[in-house]
Design a protein around this ligand. Structure first.
Ligand code: GLY
Length: 424
């Protein structure tokens, strides 16, 4: 493998990017770290530059100016806009797929066509150019159905409808986003997130995580970007993982290569574990948020070396070292999220030395105000992460740290990991 990069630019501003910055900062290579645009927490470990994550020319210019020799792209939008293609044109290595690979997240219809073509297990779906055609099909349907917008929708492009009336409302709402629509059969089971670091036909499967997508406890309320995550997910036994690799991961990686895509980045496979086996709900082409916050602390591997090897095409034979510990992330959101919520509210944080052992507070939607105080600047504000010998201990530590955060709009679910803990 070529020498590790000396200057690394991380693109994005959320909890996922803070987790990536922390992991890369821990590399023995001790790279100089930059982030664009970053947040108040990331700024403590990386030099943050006010370039938006979707400003492709601005990011390429920043990488050039700062002599970044590696760019790690967090969010999906710059990937879909061709940031990695533009960086390649400028001779700068990057972790993340080019636009052709990012289409696997940017178009749900394209993904469904790939899944069907390569016979990878997934729910049947039909595609419609717009609302009138979808509503006409629904007239002959009863029972639950999933309505999806084809394009990127920042986590707001899926409605799980219990009946025709909800489905019709979902079609009307999602048609406002523009673009095509999918109506997909409803499948049930537990959802799980399989993150795979891919480099062509080589891949490394990261420890399995589970996310909590609904805003309310007991998985109720509206869908969010994710209210918490934990790893490992015991529901995926080693036998089931072998089946997932055989039936889903390897066929997916091979299918992408077969389509002529040189994918170098994270293939995040959203799975439903149904009674008849695992089925693909979606592909994302980036690290999950907040799954990443719960996965990276479990890696004893040098994360920079892993991402660099994937980007450079040297992943074959890479051995991942995973700590035999559990990690759990509780997202602290602004009350009102995913609807409207206030910004600019003061946040009092405990000093790192006051936190329970093994915990860290990752920043997501935060900024500094004119007086230099940390304030809220987004819907998901913080991610409180704990690593401990057991999931129960990780949950206890994370919730103890949540109680130390002084923030008037603080809202978090108190049942992250509860289903797995109850099973035990
Ligand atoms: N946690 C779900 C996602 O990152 O899309």
């Amino acid at each position: 493998m070529t020498a590790l990069p000396r200057t690394v630019l991380v693109v994005g501003s959320g909890g996922r990017e803070h987790a990536l910055v922390r992991a890369i900062a821990a590399s023995p290579a001790r790279p100089r770290l930059l982030c664009a645009p970053g947040n108040a927490g990331i700024a403590e470990q990386a030099a943050c530059h006010p370039v938006a994550a979707d400003d492709v020319p601005g990011l390429v210019a920043l990488a050039r100016r700062e002599k970044a020799d590696f760019v790690v792209v967090g969010p999906e939008v710059p990937l879909a806009l061709g940031l990695v293609d533009a960086l390649a044109g400028a001779g700068i290595a990057a972790y993340g797929p080019k636009a052709d690979g990012a289409r696997l997240e940017a178009s749900k219809i394209y993904t469904k066509e790939i899944l069907q073509k390569y016979r990878i297990p997934t729910a049947p779906a039909r595609f419609f150019p717009g609302a009138p055609e979808a509503l006409a099909w629904l007239a002959g349907h009863s029972g639950p159905i999933v309505v999806k917008a084809d394009g990127l929708a920042a986590g707001k492009g899926v409605v799980v409808a219990r009946d025709r009336a909800e489905a019709e409302a979902g079609v009307r709402a999602l048609s406002q986003l523009g673009g095509q629509l999918l109506l997909e059969d409803c499948i049930s089971g537990e959802e799980t997130s399989i993150l795979v670091v891919v480099s062509g036909r080589d891949y490394v499967i990261l420890p399995v995580a589970q996310d909590h997508k609904r805003a309310g406890e007991g998985d109720t309320g509206p869908n969010t970007g994710g209210m918490g995550a934990f790893s490992p997910a015991d529901v995926v036994t080693s036998e089931l993982m072998a089946r997932i690799e055989r039936e889903i991961v390897k066929p997916s990686v091979d299918a992408i290569a077969e389509e002529g895509i040189d994918f170098r980045g994270t293939l995040f496979i959203g799975l439903m574990l149904t009674a008849s086996g695992p089925q693909v709900l979606e592909y994302n082409t980036r690290f999950g948020d907040p799954e990443t916050q719960a996965i990276l602390p479990r890696l004893a591997t040098d994360v920079l070396a892993l991402l660099w090897a994937a980007a450079r095409g040297g992943l074959g034979g890479f051995r991942l070292e995973v700590r035999p510990a559990a990690a759990l992330c509780v997202v602290i959101a602004a009350r009102g999220y995913p609807g409207s919520y206030p910004k600019g509210r003061a946040i009092g944080l405990p000093a790192p030395g006051q936190l329970p052992p093994g915990t860290a507070i990752l920043h997501a939607g935060t900024a500094r105000d004119a007086e230099g105080r940390v304030v809220s600047a987004g819907g998901r504000v913080l991610g409180v992460v704990a690593l401990a010998p057991t999931l129960q201990a990780a949950a206890d530590r994370a919730y103890a740290a949540c109680a130390q955060v002084d923030y008037a709009d603080k809202y978090f679910r108190r049942d992250i990991g509860a289903r797995q803990l109850r099973r035990r």
